[in-house]
Design a protein around this ligand. Structure first.
Ligand SMILES: [Zn+2]
Length: 480
């Protein structure tokens, strides 16, 4: 009898454990990338995440990088970036990857934000030296969820800056840190496939790199990417599911992975359009409202007499501020650093200045010759571009391009209308990003004027009281 009872018990046990092994399990990963501190829609996102969690057992929430830079109420908060992490913590992000804009506030603030975050921020292609206050992040994590072993591997994008691989950020903010090619780095971790049931690359490399990664690394099940602000609606490359949700919380990515016997048997991706969501989380909504209402950026500092529309108008305004307030002959502003499309006619708040120019770049002064200015403009020409990269004050220029090569640049003094003087040295102001990142000849090492470009613009608008757009100063002339 006793034996028989034991046999039945064993049989039941075998049946139960067998059936649970055969059971299909689902993991849902919600993801956002390139939020750039745009917190406005987080009350909706929070309500949606809550709903998915209430309806499903295994739900994860990921950030694919660039949490910061793009909303002054967060970026200019006295403790820079604090409200963003506060909100992300409340919503319960599980994992994140370092994005290039995570460095924008400087390394000391990055340390504070990483410590504040209740979710680990990963990155494999980075080596942080002792002299930096930032701690070396984990390259990957492996954890268990409902019996499924999940591995997340992360990397950040890099680009060549004067022979060094760095993420797209101000080089001064990247001191004592080395970066490596992301795809090559991820390939070194192929062996992690053996250690997990679900292998994820959560990266900030951009869609081109993600496609290459998928081709070279079919060991991955999914890639959740960011950086290029692309809408990648669950593209399959070499069997790997790739997604990216554009930017600014316009969408939430929802990846559903089905596993059986710990093997991935199905993966699908769905884009959730945040503008169609109705419900809002009250707690998060209150946090967001408070952040805006209490911001010192609401003060009106002057007036726009007409719309400033596009890079030329806005770049003209930004560079006129430098020549006027800091008394330089010429000033340059890179188009990539002009972060809004328009300033509308009417009151200008301080907030608008920081939306336009969020980067905290200081003005650097150079004494430059005609040839040096020529080399700066020449090297700033971006192939196939329709507009000039460098907006300018104090002068105008006309770039002549043949077969995508610059063949000549005409440079005129804006006041006299005459060509620039080949024998004169000009006082040229530019932001510290151009000074550090652009290639150009300069005998003068340049010196900081200890004022940011945004502070200069604020000062200019206060002095002028009303500002108006000026005619375009740059031209690209193409001949075949
Ligand atoms: Zn990025």
């Amino acid at each position: 009898m006793k034996m028989k009872k034991l046999f039945y018990l064993l049989a039941i046990f075998a049946f139960v454990s067998c059936s649970s092994a055969n059971e299909e399990k689902q993991i849902i990963i919600l993801s956002t990338n390139d939020m750039h501190a745009k917190i406005d829609d987080y009350a909706k996102v929070a309500a949606y995440v809550e709903k998915v969690r209430s309806e499903n057992k295994n739900v994860l929430l990921f950030s694919a990088g660039d949490m910061f830079s793009g909303n002054p109420v967060v970026d200019k908060y006295p403790d820079k970036g604090y409200p963003m992490i506060e909100i992300m913590n409340k919503i319960g992000y599980d994992y994140g990857v370092l994005g290039n804009h995570e460095f924008d506030y400087g390394q000391d603030f990055l340390v504070k934000r990483i410590e504040q975050a209740k979710f680990p921020i990963l990155c494999a292609n980075i080596k942080i030296y002792e002299q930096s206050p930032v701690k070396q992040p984990e390259p990957y994590v492996i954890f268990k969820l409902d019996g499924i072993k999940i591995c997340i591997l992360s990397t950040i994008q890099v680009e060549d800056s004067n022979g060094k691989l760095i993420p797209s950020a101000h080089p001064d903010k990247l001191k004592n840190i080395d970066f490596f090619q992301p795809v090559e780095t991820e390939l070194e971790y192929k062996y992690l496939r053996e250690k997990c049931d679900l292998f994820i690359s959560l990266n900030h490399d951009g869609i081109d790199e993600d496609s290459i990664l998928a081709q070279k690394m079919p060991e991955l099940d999914i890639i959740i990417g960011g950086h290029t602000h692309t809408l990648v609606d669950g593209m399959i490359v070499n069997g790997v599911l790739i997604s990216q949700t554009e930017c600014y919380l316009k969408y939430i990515g929802k990846t559903t992975i089905t596993l059986k016997d710990k093997k991935v048997i199905d993966k699908k991706f769905e884009l959730i359009d945040v503008s169609t969501l109705q419900d809002e989380n009250e707690e998060i909504k209150t946090l967001i409202t408070k952040c805006y209402e209490e911001s010192p950026l609401n003060e009106i500092i002057g007036k726009a007499g007409a719309d400033f529309d596009g890079k030329e108008n806005l770049g003209g305004l930004m560079t006129d501020a430098i020549t006027s307030v800091l008394n330089t002959d010429i000033a340059f502003q890179n188009s990539g650093g002009i972060r809004i499309a328009k300033i509308e006619k009417g009151d200008i708040s301080r907030l608008k200045i920081y939306e336009l120019d969020p980067f905290d770049n200081e003005v650097i002064l150079f004494e430059m010759t005609y040839d040096e200015i020529y080399s700066l403009i020449k090297n700033s020409y971006r192939k196939n571009s329709k507009y000039a990269d460098l907006q300018v004050s104090g002068m105008s220029y006309n770039v002549k391009v043949k077969a995508e090569e610059v063949i000549d640049i005409e440079m005129y003094d804006i006041k006299s209308g005459k060509l620039l003087d080949k024998n004169k040295k000009y006082k040229v102001g530019m932001n510290s990003y151009i000074a550090a990142d652009y290639k150009f000849e300069h005998a003068d090492a340049g010196k900081s004027l200890n004022i940011t470009t945004a502070e200069t613009l604020e000062e200019y608008i206060k002095q002028q009281k009303e500002v108006n757009p000026k005619p375009d100063r740059t031209k690209i002339e193409k001949t075949e």
